[in-house]
Design a protein around this ligand. Structure first.
Ligand SMILES: CN1c2c(nc(N)[nH]c2=O)NC[C@@H]1CNc1ccc(C(=O)N[C@@H](CCC(=O)N[C@@H](CCC(=O)N[C@@H](CCC(=O)O)C(=O)O)C(=O)O)C(=O)O)cc1
Ligand SMILES: N[C@@H](CCS)C(=O)O
Ligand SMILES: [Zn+2]
Length: 788
């Protein structure tokens, strides 16, 4: 029998059934079958029917997993052929008219089940020749990207429940209660953007949208659904009084629908604050709450003061759905026990959809067995949820063996030498304010750097990666599989570097890059070479559409056993007389796109990462590299959802970047790059990074960021992206000229660089070559004008 933290409240659970459930499960398939099917369909190699058959198989695989894991209630509707926010837009008929025009053959009344409907759906996701896709942005503070719904002031809504109802019917065959999980109306509108020159708050359309949700509720009731989950993660952000009113109105309206399932509002990624009372007062029947480490106490305190809570069903998100560590089952049981004292029906789930974690830790063959024992991916998390539900239903004795095994793993992890490296801790503790400061102020550094680099005015450069061609990926796959010798792989990558240098030289780019051919991913590549971090073979997580990443797992204290990029960069520099830019991923992004430790403050891990990168930066400098770019595309996305938490984050994030980069001499030019975000609310932090040059995503927002930087008094050099590399089109020289002129009107031309928005790895040479030529032509024309 176990002796771990028995909660006195657990005895109250006797006789009460606590159900195990989830909000969602990975959707690409165990072997990324869906990804391959999608990409074949998009290439025109298969029909929609073949893609739909694969999707059906993946859904069956998921339902079998959820059922055999022992879930008592199955989530449904979280599966998607591209993105669940896009699916919600389709569900409520929020299809921008431009896509009706772009796919004219589609029957206006068509549903997902019709070929025309799918064409239009994928046009919204990926664009067509002429029509750009919906904008894509990060789902809250995760590394998953959703498609931003577009709404005009005159938008109307129309229900198309065909996908959801088909999936409900499919899931009902598994003989368990089925709970549809849908993005709720307030979150949907809050994530949408106004278009067609209509600058309004999309939430103003709530009254037009609610009847569609109401009709859906009735159709779900008719389909035999007892509970529906409407997700409102927006409710964990700081809501204004007006937003809280919208939330109240939405749920007062929906709970008043006559024939409907019970409504459970799902929340995750934080605690609800005032929104908890707003929702409960509006009459909802259930609430899903995040109860993992960071938010548990705030959530419990908020729930404890809600008078109606006892009548509600509460789903306790006790298992972290966003990280990969085994849950402390005893601690989770204690929290669950506290909840059982507050509400009559408490069930257990992961804290959010398992979309954010890989499938199965037990599939990994090459993991250090010590670390492997600490891990729980989606399948292991389902098992934990089922164990917790059993423990809460029947008392801790019923799960004594599981608790004992769990305690042993946690104790072993806490005592492991992997998690604690004396030298790393000492070095991190000795970091001083001087280590975060460059030797001279920017004007002096700039003078020396310009002298050394001798670049023309309006210098041109790129962000680092060149197209990751099928040939490069095939070579790496062969090398990994042992079918290509190390020397041959090295030779293949060097050939690629030569080709990329020759192309840039011929086109006339000023500051060159080596192209990053040797990198499988800008985070995983570094993680594979750092100690204290493990990488996976099958740990794929969807990033957007069919694109996936394998986030590394930071398991212990971080060290850099050897230089990571110096050989490639030195090789590249040896092949040209033009300056070559070194290319690293910054400490904040390394953490943001990895699974971080839950046994060390993240600021501490950032400092360790920064020290490892500082050594790399210094080694690159020692190898003669005159410009080094340290990418931080994730700096903005990692900004905490609640404003009160932001200053602390920005402090350690800025310090980590500075620690990585401040060790170089004045003559070495430090670049940074950011993308995938709007930067208005972190401008001060961007300035404080003290990078000599920053390249930023700007093409989509028509150089807005330059004006913002100018207004904030940005004192150094900027390369606002003049080519939107996320769209499959080539910008003309005139278009680029227009963008650079806009930039030069707001900041001195001596401080402007000309570059694309982001790396070119997802593009093909057919676009890259002409676009780079246009970029260089624009620079040359502007230089001539400047001289004239
Ligand atoms: C910049 N972005 C990134 C984010 N997060 C990261 N960790 N990395 C990023 O770059 N977040 C924000 C954005 C998201 N954007 C993207 C863009 C593109 C991708 C992407 O293309 N992913 C690839 C997988 C990349 C990779 O790991 N490649 C490996 C393995 C390739 C592979 O699948 N090989 C096949 C065999 C190939 C063959 O035979 O041809 C296999 O193993 O089965 C590599 O190159 O070695 C994707 O395809 O999804 C992601 C995020
Ligand atoms: N150096 C990276 C940055 C991407 S955000 C690249 O060029 O792909
Ligand atoms: Zn980028």
């Amino acid at each position: 029998m176990t002796t771990t933290h028995p909660s006195p409240l657990l005895s109250r659970s006797a006789g009460r059934t606590v159900l195990a459930t989830a909000y969602g499960y990975p959707r690409q398939g165990r072997d990324r079958e869906l990804k391959r099917g999608q990409e074949r369909y998009w290439r025109g190699d298969t029909s929609i029917d073949e893609l739909l058959t694969i999707a059906t198989q993946v859904r069956a695989q998921r339902l079998e997993t959820l059922t055999s894991a022992g879930l008592d209630e199955l989530p449904v509707g979280d599966f998607s052929l591209y993105d669940h926010v896009l699916d919600t837009a389709w569900l409520v008929g929020a299809i921008p008219p431009r896509f009706d025009r772009a796919v004219p053959d589609a029957d206006p009344a068509s549903t997902h089940t019709a070929e025309g409907g799918w064409q239009r759906y994928f046009a919204m996701a990926r664009g067509t020749g002429d029509e750009p896709p919906l904008e894509m942005t990060k789902w809250f503070d995760t590394n998953y990207h959703y498609l931003v719904p577009e709404l005009s002031g005159s938008a109307t809504f129309r229900l198309d429940p065909s996908k959801l109802l088909a999936e409900v019917a499919e899931a009902q065959r598994y003989g368990r209660p089925v709970r549809p999980v849908i993005v709720g109306p307030v979150t949907f509108l809050s994530l949408a953007k106004s278009v067609d020159g209509d600058d309004f708050d999309p939430l103003a359309l709530l009254d037009r949208l609610l009847p569609v949700y109401a009709e859906l509720l009735t159709q779900l009731a008719d389909a035999g659904i007892a509970w529906v989950q409407l997700d409102e993660p927006i409710a964990v952000t700081d809501l204004s009084p007006a937003q809280l009113q919208y939330l109240a109105r939405a749920y007062a309206t929906l709970t008043a629908v006559e024939r409907r399932p019970k409504i459970l509002v799902g929340s995750y990624f934080g605690h609800l604050g005032e929104a908890a009372a707003t929702l409960v007062d509006a009459g909802i029947d259930g609430l899903g709450v995040e109860l993992t480490r960071d938010t548990a106490s705030a959530t419990v305190a908020e729930l404890a003061v809600l008078p109606r809570l006892r009548e509600l069903r509460v789903i306790a998100g006790l298992v972290d759905g966003r990280n990969v560590w085994r849950t402390d089952l005893a601690a989770a049981l204690a929290t669950g026990g506290t909840l059982l004292g507050l509400a009559d029906q408490v069930d257990v789930a992961p804290s959010c959809s398992l979309l954010h974690v890989p499938h199965d830790a037990s599939r990994e063959n090459d993991l250090d067995p010590e670390v492997a024992a600490w891990l729980a991916f989606a399948d292991q998390k389902l098992a934990e949820v089922v164990t917790l539900a059993r423990g809460l239903s029947s008392g801790t004795e019923a799960i004594a063996a599981e608790l004992e095994a769990n305690q042993a793993v946690l104790a072993q992890r806490a005592a492991s030498s992997i998690t604690r490296n004396r030298a790393v801790r000492d070095r991190a503790a000795a970091v001083s304010a001087d280590d975060l400061r460059r030797r001279s102020a920017y004007p002096e550094r700039a003078r020396r750097q310009h002298e050394r680099l001798a670049l023309p005015a309006l210098p041109t450069t790129t962000i680092g990666s060149f197209p990751q061609t099928a040939e490069i990926r095939r070579a790496r796959a062969a090398y990994r599989a042992g079918n290509l010798a190390s020397e041959d792989y090295q030779a293949a990558m060097r050939t690629e570097i030569d080709r990329v240098i020759a192309l840039q030289t011929e086109i006339g780019v000023d500051l060159l890059v080596h192209g990053e051919a040797e990198r499988n991913d800008m985070v995983q590549y570094f993680a594979e070479q750092l100690d204290g971090i493990v990488t996976t073979e099958y740990g794929w997580v969807q990033s957007y559409g069919s694109r996936c990443v394998r986030p590394p797992i930071i398991a212990g204290d971080i060290t850099r056993p050897a230089p990571m990029t110096v050989e490639w960069t030195s090789y590249a520099q040896s092949r040209t007389t033009r300056p070559m830019k070194g290319m690293l991923t910054g400490p904040v992004t390394m953490l943001a796109w990895s699974f971080v430790r839950d046994d060390l403050p993240v600021a501490e891990t950032a400092r360790q990462m920064a020290l490892a990168l500082r050594d790399e930066v210094n080694d690159l400098e020692a190898a003669g590299v005159a410009a080094i770019q340290v990418d931080e595309p994730a700096l903005r996305e990692t900004l905490p959802l609640r404003t009160g938490d932001r200053p602390d984050y920005l402090r350690w994030a800025v310090d980590a970047f500075r620690l990585s980069t401040a060790g170089v001499t004045d003559e070495t030019q430090i670049h940074t790059h950011m993308c995938y975000a709007e930067f208005g609310d972190i401008l001060q932090a961007i300035i404080e990074l003290d990078a000599d040059v920053i390249s930023l995503e700007a093409a989509r927002s028509r150089m807005e960021v330059v004006g913002e930087l100018a207004e904030a008094g940005y004192p150094r050099e900027v390369g606002p992206g003049v080519w939107d590399i996320h769209a499959p089109r080539v910008p003309s020289t005139e278009e680029i000229l227009g963008s650079v002129r806009l930039a030069c009107a707001q900041l001195p031309a001596q401080r402007i660089w000309i570059n694309p928005d982001c790396g070119l790895k997802t593009r093909g040479y057919a676009e890259v070559e002409p676009a780079l030529r246009h970029l260089v032509a624009a620079a040359q024309q502007l230089r001539t004008e400047m001289v004239g």
